[in-house]
Write a protein that binds this ligand. Sequence first.
Ligand SMILES: [Zn+2]
Length: 121
Amino acid sequence: MLCTNGHNNADDAAVCRICGVNTFSAPALIVKASAEYSGMAIASMVLGIVWIYGIGSILALVFGYQARKQIDRTGQRGTGMATAGIVLGWVGLAGIIFIVFFLTAVFHSVHVVPCPPNCQP
Ligand SMILES: [Zn+2]
């Protein structure tokens, strides 16, 4: 167990054997400070970046919102990454919608308004 000055002591020590203080860092605080990153938050950000024609974006949103709930419950790290995944997810979905509209417009301009037989290209 660590004293508040960072010295290592036996778990049942009453005072620090090095500096003599009787205050020790609470184990819960140490666990909290070294908490691991949420795997779902990491997955969310990565999927938001890789995009995969919008599939990654949808998964990034699902994982991002799940990760936020999990982090609230467990105190894990990764809130920023979960938020990044959610933002990237929405941006990615906006991108796929834009592309679908763009391709639809191109398709219609080519096929719905055909060039009459006597027109000059
Ligand atoms: Zn000490």
